[in-house]
Design a protein around this ligand. Structure first.
Ligand SMILES: Cc1cc2nc3c(=O)[nH]c(=O)nc-3n(C[C@H](O)[C@H](O)[C@H](O)COP(=O)(O)O)c2cc1C
Length: 149
C-alpha cells in the first residue's frame, strides 16, 4: 500500500480540517495516510512516505505557524538532499494581507525546491476572502491531483 504523509501547519485549525477532510479521499485511492503536525527533517528524508502533501496556512506577515518553524529553520540551515521527496502543496491564506498572501506556503515550496524536492502539480492557494470553507477548494483539487500521480 503506498504511503502518504500530510504535513499540517495551522494556527486556527483550518489547515488541519483540510487534512482530515482529504484523508478519506486518499484512503479510498489506496493510500496509507498519516497526518503530521510537528514534522522533523527525518519525516521528509529517512522516514519519508512515498508521497507528502503539505497543508500550510500563513500567520503574522507571511510567517509560518509555530509548529512549522523548527522544520523550516532546519531545512534552511541543514539543506538536506530531498531529491527523493515527491510532494504537493496546499497553501491557505487571505488575499486581504496583500503581498504576504499565502507567504508561508510559498516560502516552504521554495525551500523544498531548493533542497531538490519535486513538487507534483501546481500549488493550490486557498483564499479565505473567496472560499469560506477551505475544503470546498481542497477536495476537488485532491481528487484531480490523485489522478495525475
Ligand atoms: C493574525 C493573522 C495573520 C495572518 N496573516 C496572513 C498573511 O500574512 N498572509 C495570508 O495569506 N494570510 C494570513 N492570514 C490568514 C490565514 O492564513 C487564513 O485565515 C487561513 O485560512 C488560516 O488557516 P488556519 O485556520 O489553518 O490557521 C492571517 C490570519 C491571522 C489571524
Amino acid at each position: 500500500m503506498p504511503t502518504l504523509n500530510i504535513v499540517v501547519a495551522t494556527v486556527y485549525g483550518g489547515a488541519l480540517d483540510v487534512a482530515e477532510q482529504v484523508q478519506p479521499v486518499f484512503e479510498q485511492a489506496g493510500y496509507d495516510v498519516s497526518i503530521l503536525e510537528s514534522p522533523s527533517i527525518d519525516d521528509v528524508t529517512v522516514k519519508a512516505a512515498e508521497l507528502t502533501l503539505f497543508c500550510i496556512s500563513t500567520t503574522g506577515s507571511g510567517d509560518y505557524p509555530g509548529g512549522l518553524v523548527p522544520f523550516a529553520a532546519a531545512l534552511k540551515d541543514r539543506h538536506p538532499d530531498l531529491a527523493n521527496l515527491r510532494y504537493g502543496m496546499i497553501a491557505l491564506g487571505d488575499s486581504s494581507y496583500g503581498d504576504t498572501f499565502c507567504g508561508a506556503g510559498r516560502a516552504l515550496d521554495a525551500l523544498l525546491s531548493e533542497c531538490g524536492a519535486i513538487r507534483q502539480g501546481e500549488r493550490l492557494e486557498i483564499d479565505a476572502m473567496e472560499t469560506f470553507m477551505a475544503d470546498d477548494a481542497a477536495l476537488p483539487w485532491v481528487e484531480q491531483w490523485i489522478e495525475t500521480l
